[in-house]
Design a protein around this ligand. Sequence first.
Ligand SMILES: NC(=O)c1ccc[n+]([C@@H]2O[C@H](COP(=O)([O-])OP(=O)(O)OC[C@H]3O[C@@H](n4cnc5c(N)ncnc54)[C@H](O)[C@@H]3O)[C@@H](O)[C@H]2O)c1
Length: 252
Amino acid sequence: MHVIVTGGAGFIGSHVAVEFLRDGHDVTVFDSLTRPGVERNLEWLESRAPTGRLGFVRGDVRDADLVRSLVGARGVDLVFHFAAQFRTEDQGWVAHFMLTAAARRPLTIYGNGKQARDLLFVEDLVRAFRLAARHIDKTAGNVYNVGGGPANSVSIWHELRPRLERFAAGAIAAQIQGWRPGDQPVYVSDTRKAYRDFGWKPRVGLDEGLRRLWGWALELTDGRAQLAISRQPNPLELTMPQADIAFAGPSA
Ligand SMILES: NC(=O)c1ccc[n+]([C@@H]2O[C@H](COP(=O)([O-])OP(=O)(O)OC[C@H]3O[C@@H](n4cnc5c(N)ncnc54)[C@H](O)[C@@H]3O)[C@@H](O)[C@H]2O)c1
């Protein structure tokens, strides 16, 4: 199978790409590399790709001719579209908390720390995309919430703090600041439609995901506290309303 991943050098795209490479497929990453640091994700991907399996095209998804020539090429089976300029502060916050705590730096918490979020391990997200593609007859044209759901929800400081402090084996300093305009008190995904239509639900539980993310944060901060989050794709992310995914059927 030949898979094209737009935004394939980004956080989600690089994880999707690596899974298909791992299964022996050909992957073309199409990315403008406009997000600072994503070249490192590309290097990470290249280091894992079997020879000749990974292609890279640097370009902009707004370039219709280029997109048409890539996607319309003979032998393309699947296209994942993740290219976007837009990231919210809510994306990647758990990784930020972990890196900051691992580097023994103080955190800033906005609101009262009781805001609830559901967390999803990126492996589970990739599995959702793959299952949805496998069930394209059912999923084409549909929109699905994909996230950790109620079982993998946590309040961003009240409940996360004791876990972080256990990992760090010590107190973590935090400065509590006021609410920011637009701060959302609760976001928890209802993923029942994805389960019903293509049998997906998260497998990596909250605590296991956090443990794995802590391992990643420790590896990155070991002796080198000042690190860019994008140094290598981080394995846990927050789902937000924008995480809804839509599927288009195969193009004619
Ligand atoms: N990561 C999350 O938790 C999360 C949650 C909800 C929604 N999303 C959405 O999913 C998408 C992907 O997220 P991500 O975390 O992988 O983002 P990311 O910023 O890590 O990756 C986006 C990639 O797209 C590339 N890109 C940007 N504009 C482009 C363009 N015009 N043409 C070609 N490439 C371009 C960037 O260089 C980058 O490599 C985004 O739309 C994001 O808003 C992400």
